[in-house]
Design a protein around this ligand. Sequence first.
Ligand code: ATP
Length: 632
Amino acid sequence: MTDETAAPAEKHVFQADVARLLHLMVHSIYSERDIFLRELISNAADACEKLRYEANSDSALTQDGEAFSIKVALDPEAGTLSVIDNGVGMNRDELNSALGTIANSGTRAFLEKMKVAENSPNAAELIGQFGIGFYSAFMVADRVVVETRRAGEETAWRWTSDGKGDYEVSPLPLGEAPARGSRVILHLNEESKEAYTKPYTIERLISEHSSAVATPIDLVEKPGEEPRRIGEGAALWAKNKSEITPEQYKDFYQNLSGQFDEPALTIHWKAEGRAEYTVLAFVPGSRPFDLFDPSRKGKAKLYSRRVLISKDADLLPGYLRFMRLVVDSPDLPLNVSRELVQQNAVYAAIKKGVANRLLQELTKLAENEPDKFDEVWKHFGAVLKEGLYEDPERRDALLKMARFATTEKPEGGRSLTDYVANLRPNQTAIYYIAGDGAERIAASPQLEGFRARGVEVLLLSDPVDAFWASSATGFDGKPFKSITQGSADIKDIEVTDESQKKDENPEASAKFVAAAKGVLESVVEDVRVSDRLSTSPACLIAPEFGLDLRLQQILASHGQAPDKAKPVLEINPAHPLVKALEARTGDQALFEDAVWLLFDEARLMDGEQPHDSSAFAARLIRVLGKAAGAQS
Ligand SMILES: Nc1ncnc2c1ncn2[C@@H]1O[C@H](COP(=O)(O)OP(=O)(O)OP(=O)(O)O)[C@@H](O)[C@H]1O
């Protein structure tokens, strides 16, 4: 016996967050308790994959020759269920850090989310997405014992807890310990005892939730019985497509992603040539919780001949990070560190090949099954659009599949190909307006002249839009043009809405514009007559060169304050107010107040504050007073 096995048991208190998680488990998400088995089997499979990897550089770790397997052992009399693996196991330090704290960032995110939705009906999905794993055992057990021995080590440990606040770690005599790996023994609570010691229930749960696990699973129905194989543990991706059922693909996806939805698209192929590799990839049916995580990391599982190299390889460009996939290549070296693998030439070739193929498949879906693709775009369009400025090489392919809300189709789903087919005579550009909130931008005065001419405008309300749209060169030979910047270029397009045809007096307008410019000189670059207004009296436009107004706003909301260029105020000469002001010469005070108010009103319509709030208030009161006939 070593000194350590003679040492007494150590008591530890759970980290505060673990205690909270355990409380939540038992009280809020109790109805989803079946999930515990999937979580424990997934940990057991991970432990096997970890050891398979480590054994590559140290074959002594698996010299006993025992094949990797997971056993689920039932003992109806004792009321226990055990999940036993011969994977990597844990030493004392690993045990303390893995099963006493919350090391996993997903679990932390889960706790945050549950703060908001304590009794959320979607708790099961949340559990799946955040992978709270091991602690879910306490939904069905009033005591959990983990007996574990790290492969290659001469000490073993027993971890015990009732999940109520603390846990104990004590040495486990080698005679009682597994040769390698872990036994997770659940002493089932009264409500769970019967259900989870019934072989057919367990078999059903395993086939529903764990059938795609890449390690064989055996069931021991009661003590002394021979193990019976119920999961073959074959890597699904290595099989022929024709041998795989849609159910199996779905199970695999759910295991891989931790989500409970149906995949929106399943892509499975084998590449041969410079690098040989197999890919099984899925577009999720809903948004994963960490889609907009600032790290923007993808989640590809990378294997070399079924040995897991990395659980979350950074294989995909950031804008494809929503995809879930497995890549297995015999050409990837196993004897270098995980970090170095990512600098390998074969890895680079795989990376390129995978991204190209995934985009091709998305394009195909957009062309052949537009309704299905619309759903994908609804969930992930905002992410895919990041590729428009990040990946110039694939920009055209991305533009082709992109879908937009437009003035013709505010609900979205419009492609640029359809937009271009709908160009009006003399229309030379693809027009867009970018900004916060689809409804707000759809109500922008800058759109009026375009609507009056039947010119379709893209309504871009994702924050990423202002970035790509200002750098993209065009589509199908037509440049993109912001309708809140520069001149409108739509004079030559015929007005289709008769009611919007203007009755103008160019001379009076020129005078009005010159005088208004004198008043607003300090705050605008120019004042001019507008082509783009039909019902509003005025609007603001960014000058031709410089940053688009909306891009300035978006940058400011991200804490970056670009040097703001002065805007241009455009006036609608056909508006009754402007006409009245043109006609009413001689009241300079009223004219100045009115011009300032027009300027501030245009700012308000753009979601900005008035230029000077107290001056704005004073002017408003003065003008209203005059209108009401108040004595000054
Ligand atoms: N059977 C096991 N063998 C070896 N280590 C294990 C086993 N079960 C759990 N662990 C360790 O405990 C840690 C915590 O497990 P838990 O299931 O809570 O989260 P996780 O598996 O890391 O996260 P996720 O569920 O997102 O994959 C694991 O990362 C692993 O280090």
